[in-house]
Design a protein around this ligand. Structure first.
Ligand code: SAH
Length: 526
């Protein structure tokens, strides 16, 4: 990341004060976390303070360093504001003055109905450094994700973004209704759901054809997006009947008819399906990425968490005299992080390993070791415990002392094989796998209140741990999961599902994530 380099030039341009913090006004985009700009994400990754709004995608907060100060600024139409605008301005200025990199993250584009201008005026008044990053505004997202090109050569050459917050019946309006009603092709109203009937009535009154097509899009770009279509003279009624609530945008204009042809987003095969993904630690989000691309809304739940061991006794004893070991073996990245974490806690560093040779079980662990300044001396051909044992036997380990920092519970083949080959092995627990606690109520609420269409399992332990996480007995779990489809990656996982009294609906022929995603795609939901 060349942020520092770029920043120097921008800081120089704006005010040239280097001894103070800086305010970054960043557009988060409309909700889909993939729609923030690259620059915006770079800034989030270096934030020291982050002040975010209701509509600034929560999922983006994962880019912010966990030790940053997180401030929720609230602001939600109709709901009591968490902080007033003045308080927000004050927080921005005060934090930046104390030398912090303060990120103000706002939904959509900060300068489009986002009060970004007002906040920056305060920042400028305070003489602070600042930078502004635009975002995809929700009008643009709503149009794209509802299949409505906001302009089109055949239909219109102009578009207007208008606030619908202002009651059109009020005496002195900032909006020239007479001119916009007929003078602009496409009209997009932000914040206009509450006033929709008076907005449409006003447009008709001022000469717009009552049969002009209108689309209303809620939660644009999100998996739970909803949209309805009508005409100026009936859309308010449709919105009311369909229960469409804010946040939603209203798009008025002939371009709305093109939706019949290019409504791609809502036509994706799994659109509208909510799938609960039980994850193991190792699994990257491949399944989620595939299902989301097919349109599903995925809720991820890790069924395994890493914790320190109950006792550090064995490891601490080994640490006192690390030089005594000819070999230290690393079989997982968790072991590496835990090993060095404890080493540093004891005021030691990588030099403590100088007398030992180091083996890694595979390329991922070897790369992880490099981050701690260690190059592995040995990497087996086969990246398994057995492979590592064979490689060590090849170099000759008879009579050597070997340290194996690892999980509290793990397969015993590696230490057994090494001992059989004449080595002395110290197995030192440095972490343990536990079932995450405290999700029971949330999970049950998700199943009962919000509704889940499918749960996926990719190993027997995901099944067992998930049932455990629900915090209820098997028969109650079966009741909660009635109507929820179950996907299992293969027969062993499927058998575990059945053992809990549940029925498998989807099981791929081959036991891979790709095949599982395909099988879910092919599933007949009817
Ligand atoms: N700065 C924001 C707009 C903030 S005003 C932007 O550029 O998008 C808040 C209004 O924006 C909401 O009332 C709603 O009309 C609209 N809005 C924001 N996000 C939206 C979304 N994902 N889907 C539909 N409308 C949205």
């Amino acid at each position: 990341m060349d942020m520092n380099k770029r920043e120097t030039s921008i800081t120089g341009k704006v005010s040239g004060k280097s001894n103070q913090g800086k305010v970054y006004l960043v557009g988060a985009g409309p909700g889909d976390p993939g729609l923030i700009t690259i620059r915006g994400r770079e800034i989030l990754e270096k934030a020291e303070v982050i002040i975010y709004d209701y509509l600034a995608g929560k999922k983006l907060l994962k880019h912010v360093p966990p030790d940053a100060e997180f401030i929720y600024a609230g602001k939600r139409g109709g709901v009591k504001h968490t902080h007033t605008q003045t308080e927000i301005n004050e927080m921005l200025v005060e934090r930046a003055k104390s030398g912090k990199r303060v990120v103000r993250l706002k939904g959509g584009d900060p300068f489009i109905f986002g009060r970004g201008g007002e906040e920056l005026e305060e920042v400028v008044k305070a003489g602070l450094n600042y930078e502004a990053v635009p975002g995809v505004t929700s009008a643009s997202a709503a149009a794209t994700f509802a299949g409505v090109p906001i302009t089109h050569r055949k239909f219109t050459a102009s578009v207007a973004f208008i606030t619908g917050h202002e009651d059109p019946t009020k005496q002195k309006s900032n909006i020239d209704w007479e001119k916009i009603s007929t003078g602009v092709g496409t009209l997009v109203f932000y914040m206009g759901i509450k006033n929709l009937s008076s907005i449409t009535a006003n447009l008709i009154k001022n000469g717009r054809d009552p049969k002009t097509p209108v689309a209303v899009v809620r939660w644009a770009s999100m998996p739970h997006q909803r949209s309805v279509v009508g005409t100026l003279d009936n859309i308010a009624e449709i919105v009311k009947k369909e229960g469409i609530k804010p946040p939603a945008l209203t798009i008025v204009g002939e371009v709305v008819t093109l939706r019949d042809t290019i409504n791609w987003y809502e036509k994706r095969p799994l659109f509208g399906k909510r799938i609960l993904i039980t994850r193991t630690r190792e699994q990257a989000s491949e399944l989620v990425a595939r299902l989301e691309e097919l349109g599903a809304e995925c809720l991820e739940y890790a069924t395994i968490a890493i914790q320190p061991p109950d006792s550090w006794e064995i490891f601490d004893k080994a640490l006192v005299d690390l030089g005594h070991y000819q070999w230290i073996l690393f079989t997982s990245i968790h072991a590496i992080h835990a090993f060095f974490g404890r080493l540093y806690e004891k005021n030691l560093d990588a030099r403590a390993l100088s007398g030992c040779r180091i083996a890694a079980v595979g390329t991922v662990t070897a790369e992880c070791l490099e981050k701690y300044g260690i190059k592995a001396d040995l990497l087996p051909e086969k990246f398994t415990g057995e492979g590592l044992a064979a490689a060590l036997e090849n170099v000759g380990i008879k009579g050597t002392d070997i340290l194996l920092p690892r999980a509290l519970k793990a397969r015993e083949v590696l230490p057994e094989q090494l001992e059989a080959a004449g080595a002395g092995v110290t197995v030192a627990p440095v972490y343990q796998n536990v079932i995450p606690e405290g999700y029971d109520r949330k999970l049950r609420a998700e199943l009962v209140e919000n509704g889940i269409d499918m749960v996926t399992f990719t190993s027997s332990s995901t099944v067992n741990n998930f049932i455990h996480m629900l915090g209820v007995a098997d028969d109650e779990a079966a009741r909660l999961l009635a109507g929820v489809k179950i996907a299992a990656i293969g027969p062993i996982t499927g058998k575990t599902v059945a053992e809990h009294g549940l029925i498998v609906d989807v099981q791929p022929e081959t036991y891979t994530i790709a095949a599982m995603a395909d099988a879910i795609l092919d599933y007949d939901w009817s």
